[in-house]
Write a protein that binds this ligand. Structure first.
Ligand code: FES
Length: 167
C-alpha cells in the first residue's frame, strides 16, 4: 500500500486552486471572447447586395444604381451607401465603380459635353471609356474597378469590386 496520502492541508489547497481556477476561467472566457469576437466573425466576402434596379430595364446606356449595405468595422456597425454605373453589353451586365483611380473623386457618365460617351471626373478632368478604361493623357492611371454582378428575381445584385476585366 502506498504511503503517499494527501494531508488535510494539501486537500484544501488543491480544492481551493481547482475552484479558483474554474471561477477565473469563467470570468476570463467571456472577456477573451469579447476581445476577439470580430476576428472570429465570418467574413462578408462573396456576398451580393440587392439593388432596386430591374435587369430588364438596363440598356447600353450606363445608369447610376445606388445601393446600401451594413458595414461592420470591429464593433461599429453602420449603413453605407454605394453607387455603380451599370449597363448591358449584349447579354452581359457591366457594373463599374464610380471611384476615380486618380484621387478617388466620383466619376459621372456623359457629364462632359465635349466627350458625351465617356465617364468624366470633375476633380481634375479625368476621363474613362465606357468599359472603364482610363483615357491616356488624363490624370487617372488605371481603369475603373468592376463589380461582380448577378440577377435574382429580375433584380440586379452587386458583389465585390475587383480589378477591371474588360480592358
Ligand atoms: S480624382 Fe479624378 S481626375 Fe483627379
Amino acid at each position: 500500500m502506498s504511503k503517499s496520502r494527501v494531508s488535510r492541508r494539501q486537500f484544501l489547497n488543491y480544492t481551493l486552486m481547482g475552484v479558483g481556477g474554474f471561477m477565473a476561467s469563467g470570468m476570463l472566457m467571456p472577456m477573451i471572447r469579447f476581445a476577439v469576437d470580430p476576428v472570429l466573425e465570418a467574413g462578408a466576402a462573396g456576398d451580393y447586395i440587392p439593388t432596386s434596379q430591374k435587369v430588364s430595364e438596363l440598356t447600353e446606356e450606363p445608369v447610376r444604381v445606388d445601393f446600401t449595405y451594413d458595414q461592420v468595422d470591429g464593433w461599429y456597425e453602420s449603413e453605407v451607401t454605394g453607387t455603380a454605373w451599370v449597363y448591358k453589353e449584349g447579354n452581359q451586365i457591366v457594373a463599374l465603380s464610380p471611384v476615380c483611380k486618380h484621387l478617388g473623386c466620383t466619376v459621372n457618365w456623359a457629364s462632359d459635353k465635349e466627350h458625351p460617351h465617356q465617364f468624366y471626373c470633375p476633380c481634375h478632368g479625368g476621363r474613362y471609356e465606357k468599359n472603364g478604361k482610363n483615357v491616356p493623357g488624363t490624370p487617372p492611371t488605371g481603369p475603373l474597378d468592376e463589380f461582380d454582378v448577378k440577377e435574382q428575381d429580375g433584380l440586379l445584385y452587386l458583389g465585390a469590386a475587383k480589378p477591371n476585366t474588360l480592358v
